[in-house]
Design a protein around this ligand. Structure first.
Ligand SMILES: FC(F)c1nnc(N2CCN(c3ncnc4sc(CC(F)(F)F)cc34)CC2)s1
Length: 496
């Protein structure tokens, strides 16, 4: 075996066939603790093979679900299958890239990365449903010539690892992936596509995306992966879905065990979305002796605040979704207000549809549902009597309004206004009066903006009557706009 088959040389053939989850965890642990770096191609092929056989075709007669010790049985992953696919990937990459043409051996060049991206790109099936599940691994690429947009970026990094370039790493935003390379990892290059109907920018640096302040490029705060974090990305990308409504339990358990291995080795600390994925899995089936999923959601948010200048939205929407599912509505409002505090820093651009849909669902489905179920309740501790809840909601809506300000693409439309007004008008004037808006002016001084209860909602007198017509709704929008124009920055505090 020559040197870059290191991945295999170190793999103890006796570990094969990999028959159960502990065997896979042992392989990952051995790779992550081996002196050199973990072999991305080997690990992606192994988990891809398992995911594919347990979710794509149930033709294999699945051995009885668990063995005598209750371990989920997996379809045996034979050494020779894995080795054949591994050798094929090496042959494709090394066969297509003549390294003598790319000068410096130490660092990769933009041309080399574009070449590796082209090799992957041009070997994909002409047309297929790109958003389908199970298209993220090298197993999918090597057996079906299909990859999703994350899978192409991952394959390019794995290809550069085969060629010996240790400087090429995966860069991840919340909805896109690209690579960093060169001395100090200072260069960036697009290597895959994004979204539907957008011309791909492969080979180009990501500079313009950061300048435009679009959420897609997270204001220059992407997750820059180390090799072990690239393993965390491939594990996060494991998809246990059998179909739209059910999951293969053994695949979900494997993903959960591998994420805990990576967590314990410290490789998730700078990766909020991976912590969020682990938390989602823990919510469904908690592991004994592990932190509760609520604590993990908090860890994801803390990681985003600590390492990514609080420019990531998903940790808060993960957390808000958890609170919502557990009927902790005030906590959900707070998480969603924190999510809106992040998005207000961005300008909404056409590439940001995914996060737009996230906020649309929160504002027009989840919050209205909460208002409906709490309206029937009559407890004094009701959400509707809590000024802090009103303050959270104002911060949420204001964040979305500020997101729109200065954006090339509008965010709000009448479909937003009705649920918004409906929600706000559920709080009585005496509750609203307890919320004090603190305005920070440009020179940093603070002034108390007009008290919210003074902005009597046009068309209402005692603040109790409900809004009747569409122009009332427009008037509220104007009032909200005017309120937000009054101050450069509004911070909603509710006095005790
Ligand atoms: F609660 C909601 F906010 C969410 N629930 N699941 C969410 N995910 C699930 C997992 N997920 C991810 N989890 C780990 N790493 C990555 S890197 C990435 C962008 C791209 F696919 F590379 F283009 C996405 C992503 C995307 C966000 S957000």
């Amino acid at each position: 075996l020559n040197c870059d088959m290191a991945g295999f040389r170190e793999v103890d053939r006796r570990q094969f066939p990999l028959q159960d989850i502990p065997a896979i965890v042992r392989l990952f642990k051995q790779q992550l603790e081996s002196v050199s770096e973990p072999d991305l191609a080997l690990l992606s092929i192994v988990v891809g093979a398992i995911e594919n056989s347990l979710t794509c075709n149930r033709t294999i007669t699945v051995q009885k679900e668990t063995d005598t010790f209750g371990e989920a049985k997996l379809p045996a992953i034979e050494y020779h299958i894995t080795e054949a696919l591994y050798t094929k990937f090496h042959a494709i990459i090394k066969g297509a890239v003549d390294l003598s043409q790319y000068g410096s051996k130490k660092f990769a060049s933009r041309e080399l990365i574009k070449k590796v991206s082209d090799v992957i790109w041009n070997s994909l099936t002409r047309s297929y449903y790109k958003d389908r599940a199970h298209l993220q691994s090298l197993y999918s690429y090597l057996t079906g010539n299909k990859l999703d947009c994350f899978g192409v970026a991952f394959a390019v990094v794995a290809g550069c690892q085969v060629l010996g370039f240790r400087d090429v790493h995966l860069a991840l935003s919340e909805d896109h992936a690209w690579v960093v390379f060169g001395e100090g990892g200072k260069e960036t290059a697009e290597v895959t596509w994004h979204g539907k109907g957008n011309e791909d920018k492969r080979g180009q640096p990501i500079g313009p995306g950061v300048v435009s302040k679009s959420w897609l490029y997270v204001n220059g705060c992407p997750v820059i992966c180390t090799r072990p974090m690239e393993v965390a990305a491939l594990v996060s990308a494991i998809n246990p879905s059998l179909n739209a409504t059910s999951e293969a339990m053994e695949v979900a358990l494997l993903q959960q065990e591998l994420l805990w291995l990576l967590y314990d080795l410290g490789h998730l600390s700078h990766y909020p979305m991976a912590i969020g994925n682990l938390s989602d899995l823990e919510e469904v089936s908690p592991s004994p002796g592990r932190p509760p999923c609520a604590a993990l959601f908090q860890e994801a948010a803390t990681s985003a605040r600590t390492y990514y200048r609080n420019q990531h939205v998903y940790p808060y929407t993960y957390q808000g979704g958890y609170f919502y599912r557990h009927k902790l509505y005030k906590e959900a409002f707070e998480s969603w207000a924190n999510a809106a505090d992040v998005i207000r820093l961005y300008n909404y651009s056409r590439d940001d549809e995914e996060i737009y849909k996230e906020f649309l669902e929160i504002a027009n489905e989840l919050i209205p549902h909460i208002m409906k179920v709490v309206s029937s309740g009559h407890s004094a501790r009701s959400i509707l009597k809590d000024p802090e809840c009103f303050a959270y909601l104002l911060r949420f809506y204001d964040g979305i309004c500020q997101w729109e300000e200065g954006s090339p693409t509008p965010v709000l439309h009448i479909g937003w206004a009705k649920p918004l007004v409906n929600t706000i008008s559920k709080f009585d004037a005496d509750v609203r009066a307890q919320v004090v808006i603190i305005c920070q002016n440009e020179d940093g001084t603070e002034s108390t903006g007009e008290n919210v209860s003074d902005t009597t909602v046009p068309g209402t007198t005692d603040g109790k009557s409900k809004l009747k017509s569409e122009d009332d709704v427009n008037a509220v929008i104007a009032a909200l706009d005017e309120a937000s124009d009054d101050c450069d920055k509004q911070k909603y505090l509710s006095n005790e």
